[in-house]
Design a protein around this ligand. Structure first.
Ligand code: FPP
Length: 248
């Protein structure tokens, strides 16, 4: 089966999972962490090279303080608990987003985990934390403008590679597949530049209920789709038998 080299996931529905059970929202996030652990392991087993998880958006700071604090605490605990697994499974941790906004203790744990796994090359696990794609693009534009002002870059020389290089994802390939759970069909300010040609997959399952079977369903669907990058089906397959019209 053809697998995505880079799988990105918007993990949505923790709150609803908890509300359905008359539990506090944080119980949903806690269960969501268990799903993260299982899915990270499964992606590694499958041989997916890059897994990127949208764990906390730049907009999530506006949630009630209690929920934000609990999420930060969960994240710190997750990182500490997960380190032995990351090492054992040869997984390298990375982060994207405005990490300087994270609580100092979480930043320290992140740095430690990133350093301790820097030599691992089995899979790259990227956590998007305090991440917003518009914010990321804005920071990229500021850096490009700085280079132009400094005289080291001419506006007419700016190309896509320059933009790639100044995004937080500069060392990651673009995602091939985006999964969003819980029935919402939005991108929600996630990897807007990088998802240009990604296949999008939406499922109704709430993130705490997402499991290996659901993951395999998404991967199977990805395997069935033909990615054309703006070419015709015939061009891509080389068969001369296009079964669909050209699209963009
Ligand atoms: C969306 O559910 C989920 C989040 C905002 C946070 C995702 C966080 C985790 C899965 C746990 C921490 C992450 C890691 C990597 C350890 P929601 O609260 O928006 O759900 P709702 O839409 O049903 O309210």
């Amino acid at each position: 089966m053809r697998l995505p080299q880079h799988l990105a996931i918007i993990m949505d529905g923790n709150g609803r999972w908890a509300e359905q059970r008359k539990l506090p929202r944080i119980a949903g996030h806690r269960q969501g962490v268990a799903t993260v652990q299982a899915i990270v392991k499964e992606c590694r087993q499958l041989g997916i090279g890059y897994l990127t998880l949208y764990a906390f958006s730049s907009e999530n700071w506006r949630r009630p303080g209690d929920e934000v604090n609990a999420l930060m605490e969960l994240l710190g605990i997750y990182l500490i608990n997960e380190l032995p697994t990351l090492v054992e499974e040869n997984i390298r941790l990375k982060v994207i987003g405005e990490i300087s906004r994270m609580p100092p203790q979480v930043q320290r744990t992140l740095t430690d985990t990133i350093d301790s796994t820097a030599q691992n090359d089995g899979m790259v696990l990227t956590l998007a934390l305090s991440y917003g794609a518009r914010d990321e693009m804005l920071r990229c534009v500021q850096r490009l403008a700085g280079d132009v002002q400094a005289g080291s870059l001419s506006p007419s020389d700016i190309d896509e590679a320059h933009i790639d290089q100044f995004l937080d994802t500069h060392d990651l390939p673009d995602p091939d597949l985006l999964i969003r759970t819980s029935g919402e069909m939005r991108i929600s300010n996630f990897l807007l530049w990088q998802l240009a040609y990604a296949e999008l997959y939406f499922c109704e399952t709430l993130w705490p209920d997402f499991d290996n079977e659901e993951l395999h369903r998404a991967l199977k669907e990805f395997g069935r789709r033909q990615r054309r990058f703006g070419l015709t089906g015939a061009q891509v397959s080389g068969s001369g038998l296009a079964d669909e019209e050209e699209h963009h």
